[in-house]
Write a protein that binds this ligand. Structure first.
Ligand code: ADP
Ligand code: MG
Ligand code: MG
Ligand code: MG
Ligand code: MG
Ligand code: MG
Length: 668
């Protein structure tokens, strides 16, 4: 989403009467977009990344590093005072859920392969954010720095923000036992989103992440405490929290995580659908390959990624919809705050609105409907309207996708935006679309995106699973890697048949969460990309990347590099055959990083952070990540993100060869 719609967001009990209105009009807007943009063709491969940062304040006197909820003014400044400078530098900053968060993208998308330009742009964004924060922060003696951390290790524990007295007032939006409402972006949309999810569900959200079991780990999450501010919410934790798990109870634990997302424009709608389908199984693999989340709420977790935490953090389904008993039947009859007249039509929904993709989109000769083998509820009324209207009827496979998204209710409706012009606007459609947070997003053009108006973006696919890495080098490596995969898919589309059964992709997504999944687990992967029957085999991440006949390097990366005339056979030639072309040598190191992590020669960030905690002198085998460990870990993160190898940490994370290369080849 670009700029936030301004206005007055309605609380759930007032907004729910407009749910069907938003869906009905959203679908008309979608049909108009299809009518207007359906004929677009030959759109250029524009693309761009989004990197999210957490603004951290380093309190050296107190030996603590906290999330800053007092520097969010920076965003306003970056978009106003510094707007021209940002435009000139081709960087743009966006709001995010957390008041402590910043999101940044290139101001103008990249075009085709730009290699090191991607990293330069990321570097510029970090430098600009650092400089402007420093300026804003002149008064306080503490350093305030944006770090591209996937999860803030002690989020939700004592003293994790720079608020003086977080608990001298109630946090009525989230009602969390752990997160004050000040972690939420000040714009009214975000507290309303938080409160509406909780209200619809009829309970606080509930996330139980398996705790890493060490010799002195307590049987239960000992940070849970009793409170009597909110009834019934304060009564929930005893029932909601599971032994052996880290318990989290609020949207901020998930939407307060950072990630690395990439959006790619396809030449036309058919290619966009093909791209989406082909990428579906890359999502779990790249979630595992970028794992960077071994700690939640000050405890080591027995998993390495953020995904299911966000999934749970925005899960607005009622107990009935989830096929579960309400925590406190006295206060929740299973239907949460669904309007009474809607209750008879409520049904079971097997997944959170934040989840792995549900359906392949089809629309090409390789697709067979049998590959969509999972149970996916759809909105029948929407399906019927999309397939049978006389404006721009949609085929059944694509209509199913949208009809699934439209089983959800809108989460935030702005009073001033209830009535919209369906012949020009798309906000009602985007309301539903942009709160279906899946591993991929099929981005639909706005209504001005007619075939000749190339200034308006066309059909795009967003790749959303990746965990953000500490350094621009790593983030650029993953971005360029996925770019090359995509160029390869679009170039060799007549040969690459990635279809397999969707149920296996869902299973892969679960597998990707396990600790050290990159080393120890096996994932379903296409046995042969010429096969038409969806045949897969179970492979390790190493095999998925490196197998000679079906590995990512040999099927996607090497062919596109050969096609571009950069190598004769293999990416590994880039090191010695690139002469003094520094950009190609850097590409070699991007690919090497990913190859070495896939084979286990280099650790994932998750495994690197976990082992740092386990070996910290203050670590006492209770799985607790103390203030001091957090403080040292964030100093370490700062050093790594500035390629400071004074303690040998860059070498430990990236290996001798890459660390030395990076130190000798800074890009700005
Ligand atoms: P969202 O948060 O909805 O995913 P953002 O605006 O934050 O959207 O990010 C979108 C990304 O898409 C940015 O990196 C931007 O550079 C890139 N982008 C912009 N225009 C195009 C286009 N026509 N095709 C592909 N990518 C684009
Ligand atoms: Mg964005
Ligand atoms: Mg966004
Ligand atoms: Mg974002
Ligand atoms: Mg995005
Ligand atoms: Mg979903």
């Amino acid at each position: 989403m670009g700029l936030l719609s301004l206005g007055t967001p309605l609380p759930w009990l007032e907004s729910r009467q407009y749910n069907e209105h938003v869906r009905d009009n959203g679908i008309e807007q979608l049909i108009q977009s299809f009518r207007k943009a359906g004929g677009r063709d030959n759109d250029e491969l524009y693309w761009g990344d989004e990197v999210e940062y957490m603004i951290c304040e380093f309190d050296e006197a107190g030996e603590n590093v906290v999330l800053s909820v007092e520097h969010d003014e920076i965003l306003e400044q970056l978009n106003r005072e510094y707007h021209e400078e940002c435009e000139r530098l081709n960087v743009h900053f966006h709001p995010e859920y957390g008041r402590f968060m910043l999101e940044a993208t290139p101001a103008r998308p990249y075009h085709l392969y730009e290699g090191v330009e991607v990293e330069k742009n990321m570097r510029t964004r970090r430098v600009v954010a650092e400089e402007k924060l420093q300026k804003l922060n002149r008064k306080s003696g503490n350093e305030v720095v944006p770090l591209s951390l996937t999860v803030f290790p002690r989020m939700g524990r004592d003293g994790f923000t720079n608020l003086k007295d977080p608990w001298d007032h109630k946090n009525s939006a989230s009602r969390s036992l752990f997160l004050p409402d000040e972690v939420i972006n000040r714009h009214a949309r975000f507290p309303t989103l938080t409160a509406n999810i909780r209200t619809r569900r009829g309970e606080k959200v509930c996330i139980n992440v398996p705790m890493y079991q060490d010799s002195r780990t307590a049987p239960r999450d000992e940070s849970i405490y009793e409170r009597d501010w909110f009834v019934p919410e304060d009564l929930e934790s005893a029932k909601a929290s599971k032994p052996g798990h880290i318990y989290m109870d609020s949207m901020g634990f998930g939407m307060g995580c950072s990630c690395l997302q990439l959006t790619f424009q396809a030449p036309n709608i058919d290619k966009a659908r093909y791209l989406y389908d082909t990428l579906a199984n890359f999502a779990p693999v790249f979630l595992a390959a970028t794992a960077a989340s071994p700690v939640f709420k000050g405890f080591l977790a027995d998993q390495d990624v953020r995904w299911n935490v966000i999934s749970g953090a925005v899960d607005d389904r009622t107990p009935y919809e989830r096929s579960e008993e309400p925590l406190l039947p006295k206060y929740n009859n299973g239907y949460g705050s669904i309007a009474p007249e809607e209750v008879p039509s409520v049904r079971r929904i097997n997944k959170s609105r934040y989840s792995v993709v549900d359906l392949f989109l089809g629309g090409n000769g390789f697709f067979d409907a049998k590959f969509n083998d999972t149970e996916v509820p759809i909105n029948e009324k929407v399906f019927k309207r999309l397939t049978t209207n006389d404006i721009h009827p949609m085929d059944k496979d694509l209509a199913r996708h949208f009809a699934h998204l439209f089983i959800r209710d809108p989460l935030v409706i702005f009073e001033e935006r209830i009535e919209q012009d369906n012949m020009t606007e798309t906000d009602h459609f985007e309301n539903i679309q942009s709160t279906n947070w899946q591993s991929l997003r099929f981005k639909v053009p706005a209504q001005d995106a007619t075939p000749n108006n190339k200034k308006a973006p066309g059909w795009r696919v967003e790749f959303r699973p990746m965990e953000v890495q500490l350094t621009d080098f790593e983030n650029a490596a993953y971005s360029n890697f996925i770019y090359l995969v995509i160029e390869s898919i679009l170039t060799f589309s007549d040969k690459i048949n990635a279809y397999m059964y969707m149920s296996e992709i869902w299973e892969n997504m679960e597998t990707a969460h396990r600790r050290d999944a990159t080393l120890k687990e096996k994932f379903y992967w296409k046995s042969d990309f010429a096969d038409t029957q969806g045949k897969t085999e179970l492979l390790t991440i190493n095999e998925i990347f490196h197998n000679a006949h079906n590995g990512i390097f040999s099927v996607f990366i090497n062919p596109i590099l050969v096609h571009k005339g950069l190598v004769s056979k293999s990416w590994t030639e880039l090191l010695h055959n690139s002469g003094d072309n520094a950009d190609l040598i850097r590409l070699y190191y991007y690919l090497k990083l990913i190859s070495d992590r896939a084979s286990g020669v280099l650790p994932s960030e998750a495994s690197f952070i976990r082992s740092y905690v386990l070996n910290h002198p203050e670590y006492d085998h209770t799985s607790n990540v103390t203030k001091k460990i957090n403080y040292d870990l964030l100093h370490l993160s700062y050093r790594i993100s500035h390629y400071d190898n004074s303690k040998g940490e860059l070498t430990a994370l990236l290996g001798q060869e890459i660390a030395t290369y990076l130190i000798n080849n800074s890009i700005l």
